[in-house]
Design a protein around this ligand. Structure first.
Ligand SMILES: *[C@@H]1O[C@H](CO)[C@@H](O)[C@H](O)[C@H]1NC(C)=O
Ligand SMILES: *[C@@H]1O[C@H](CO)[C@@H](O)[C@H](O)[C@H]1NC(C)=O
Ligand SMILES: *[C@@H]1O[C@H](CO)[C@@H](O)[C@H](O)[C@H]1NC(C)=O
Ligand SMILES: *[C@@H]1O[C@H](CO)[C@@H](O)[C@H](O)[C@H]1NC(C)=O
Ligand SMILES: *[C@@H]1O[C@H](CO)[C@@H](O)[C@H](O)[C@H]1NC(C)=O
Ligand SMILES: *[C@@H]1O[C@H](CO)[C@@H](O)[C@H](O)[C@H]1NC(C)=O
Ligand SMILES: *[C@@H]1O[C@H](CO)[C@@H](O)[C@H](O)[C@H]1NC(C)=O
Ligand SMILES: *[C@@H]1O[C@H](CO)[C@@H](O)[C@H](O)[C@H]1NC(C)=O
Ligand SMILES: *[C@@H]1O[C@H](CO)[C@@H](O)[C@H](O)[C@H]1NC(C)=O
Ligand SMILES: *[C@@H]1O[C@H](CO)[C@@H](O)[C@H](O)[C@H]1NC(C)=O
Ligand SMILES: *[C@@H]1O[C@H](CO)[C@@H](O)[C@H](O)[C@H]1NC(C)=O
Ligand SMILES: *[C@@H]1O[C@H](CO)[C@@H](O)[C@H](O)[C@H]1NC(C)=O
Length: 530
């Protein structure tokens, strides 16, 4: 009984061993090659590596694709810019642990992994190349799989798979961004690149050659400011890491039984796609909501784009078009300028603007631990600082981000936007409610011209009333018109509001003193009566 079962067990083990041996071609040993019609397959047969020819081309490339899917979706290409023109190519793992693609008839090496990353490998006695079920092809010394000497995840193609990172190693300076294919049939490096720029506070950019196509902007602790729709979801989680050593973004699958990829298409659109087994096709998971407001700096400096208004460019409050004629003819590129310039006086403060895409942070300054109050002080103390905000809006908020000079590429969102505090001259300051322990008290918005107009109206009202009454009563004029108090003495019932004499008003408001001004309603300034 025991003997039988142990024999059975042995047979099962043998069968399993032979099966796993037959399918264990997920590795490439040192000094071995893969020819054009050979592949290696990841353990669970998710991915396959080998030679392929996209579309109708006669070019041959070494790449990685999803194995089981009816549609051969290539996620990584080795020799994308140096194709082989016939089937005599081969992929070899050298004894030094370097992968090379070469033409066997000439021996020419067309691609080598040694140049694709910072290789510090010396002689490895027995390097192994292995294709993992994540789609990562790693080369390791045969022992330490956790610390590969090379991995395909380190050299991005046009696809971001779960676990891949794009960003910059701040120690080595190695930068990883993804680059579109030239066309659906040509994996050569295309026009569009997507990655992080660390000038100022790091931001994500989609570049069209040397030009910015779209600015995803800085990470605000929860998402990129340019992606208000990026939020926690049941399929994947994501992280943005910024420290002294590195800055990167990556995502992982929460349910690892689904397939997901982010691809940068040859036309410059990025899509997050999810495989649906029922339909056997890739479906859009998160549609990139791209509209005209996503065009970089479309409204110029201090302008903001609002897709729900027409025209969609408007100046931020306190700003006016730099060239009104061009602005009227829907050319907003010149942007806006301050209605009242700054002079760095002590009365300057900040107005709060909500639900925005934060402006370009290239040239900005940041500190990850400062509070918002310290941030305001820091900005106020530097005359060239134009705006500040929290670096990280998660929780109670933390950190400080400062802008200097023009604020560029701002748009408004209906929700999930960020808050920005922009420096304003004293006369443009909003009446703000009590802010985080700020000792600013009540700020008043003073508009001298309006005050003057109101004064004029009051005088005319007085004169009008005065002469009307004079006509009615045919009496002599009061000895001093300023001493005349109209209050409840006229019997004119058509005036619903009590009308005060100008002198009374001047006295009560301390000659319309700015100190007595409370604020401004729809009808003009409101003053406090002593
Ligand atoms: C590597 O392969 C070549 C040719 O296939 C062979 O001559 C050589 O002995 C091999 N070297 C080792 C260390 O296996
Ligand atoms: C691969 O191609 C070679 C040469 O074209 C051929 O001899 C070999 O049988 C092919 N192998 C497979 C598995 O198709
Ligand atoms: C394959 O192409 C190379 C040039 O890329 C050429 O030198 C070589 O002769 C070709 N081999 C065959 C078998 O056609
Ligand atoms: C390929 O090898 C041949 C002969 O060795 C050489 O003339 C040619 O320039 C090489 N081509 C490339 C692209 O390196
Ligand atoms: C590595 O690639 C760069 C450009 O991508 C090139 O300038 C350099 O010569 C290459 N180095 C080697 C050793 O091939
Ligand atoms: C980042 O942006 C700056 C300013 O536009 C530019 O000079 C720099 O080359 C960019 N860096 C990268 C890695 O694209
Ligand atoms: C996703 O969540 C898992 C489990 O909590 C965690 O191990 C992983 O690091 C997370 N990935 C990212 C990119 O945040
Ligand atoms: C994971 O996804 C698969 C396929 O969509 C689904 O059948 C399964 O229920 C999911 N598992 C969890 C824990 O959500
Ligand atoms: C870009 O290409 C992708 C894939 O071919 C397509 O789904 C998308 O609609 C295209 N976008 C535009 C704006 O042409
Ligand atoms: C950030 O601000 C904190 C608190 O003001 C300060 O202690 C720290 O040195 C600052 N860090 C940098 C890099 O400026
Ligand atoms: C103000 O900030 C700018 C930009 O960071 C810097 O160059 C300048 O030295 C600062 N001035 C003062 C007085 O701190
Ligand atoms: C204003 O803020 C201070 C400090 O945070 C607080 O003590 C005070 O009660 C607040 N006043 C009002 C009217 O909210």
């Amino acid at each position: 009984m025991t003997k039988n079962s142990s024999i059975l067990g042995f047979l099962v083990l043998l069968l399993y061993a032979s099966v796993s041996y037959t399918y264990a071609e997920d590795t490439l040993s040192a000094n071995h090659t893969i020819r054009y019609n050979e592949t290696i397959v990841s353990p669970q047969e998710t991915f396959e590596l080998g030679f392929f020819s996209p579309g109708n081309t006669k070019n041959h490339y070494v790449g990685i694709w999803y194995k089981k899917r009816s549609y051969k979706t290539v996620v990584w290409v080795a020799n994308r810019d140096t194709p082989l023109t016939n089937t005599s190519g081969e992929l070899t793992l050298t004894l030094q642990g370097v992968l090379i693609v070469r033409d066997t008839t000439t021996g020419n090496i067309t691609w080598s992994s040694a140049n694709s990353s910072t290789m510090t490998s010396l002689m490895n006695p027995n390097p192994i190349g292995q294709l993992l079920d994540t789609g990562n092809f790693i080369v390791y010394d045969g022992i330490n799989q956790e610390n590969p000497i090379w991995q395909s995840f380190d050299c991005l193609s046009n696809t971001l798979l779960p676990g891949m990172k794009y960003g910059i190693n701040l120690v080595t300076g190695v930068e990883r961004h993804y680059i579109s294919w030239k066309s659906d049939d040509d994996p050569a490096s295309g026009e569009f690149t997507y990655g992080i720029n660390i000038s100022g506070y790091p931001q994500v950019f989609l570049m069209d050659g040397p030009n910015i196509k779209f600015r995803g902007g800085p990470w605000n602790g929860l998402r990129y400011t340019g992606y208000p729709n990026l939020r926690p979801n049941p399929i994947y989680n994501y992280t943005f890491v910024l420290n002294e050593r590195q800055v990167y973004f990556s995502y992982d699958l929460i349910n690892t039984s689904v397939l997901m990829r982010v691809v940068l298409h040859p036309n410059g659109t990025t899509e997050r796609l999810l495989w649906t087994d029922d339909k056997q096709e890739w479906n859009l998971y998160l549609a990139p909501t791209s509209d005209r407001c996503d065009s970089y700096a479309i409204c110029g400096s201090f302008g903001r784009c609002n897709i729900d208004t027409s025209p969609f460019c408007e100046c931020l409050k306190g700003f006016e078009p730099k060239s009104p004629d061009q602005w009227m003819s829907a050319d907003s590129s010149q942007g806006c300028q301050r209605i009242i310039p700054l002079d760095c006086g002590p009365g300057e403060g900040f107005n709060k603007y909500s639900n925005l895409k934060l402006p370009d942070t290239r040239g900005s300054w940041y500190n990850q631990t400062m509070t918002l109050l310290e941030c305001e002080k820091k900005c106020k103390s530097n005359c060239s600082c134009t705006a500040y905000t929290h670096l990280n809006i998660s929780g109670a908020g933390s950190g400080c981000l400062l802008w200097f000079g023009d604020l560029i590429d701002i748009r408004t969102y209906s929700e999930n936007g960020d808050t920005l505090y922009i420096r304003m001259p004293p006369s443009e300051l909003d009446l703000v409610e009590n802010r985080t322990g700020s000792s600013v008290g009540i700020r008043v918005r003073v508009m001298v011209p309006v005050a003057f107009v109101v004064l004029a109206i009051l005088i005319s009202l007085y004169l009008f009333y005065h002469f009307k009454r004079k006509k009615q009563h045919q009496q002599g004029t009061p000895t001093n018109m300023y001493e005349h108090d109209t209050e409840n003495t006229n019997g004119d019932e058509d005036l619903e509001l009590p009308l005060f004499g100008l002198l009374t008003l001047l006295k009560a408001t301390n000659n319309f003193s700015m100190n007595n001004k409370l604020g401004e309603g729809g009808f003009g300034p409101v003053y406090k009566v002593l």
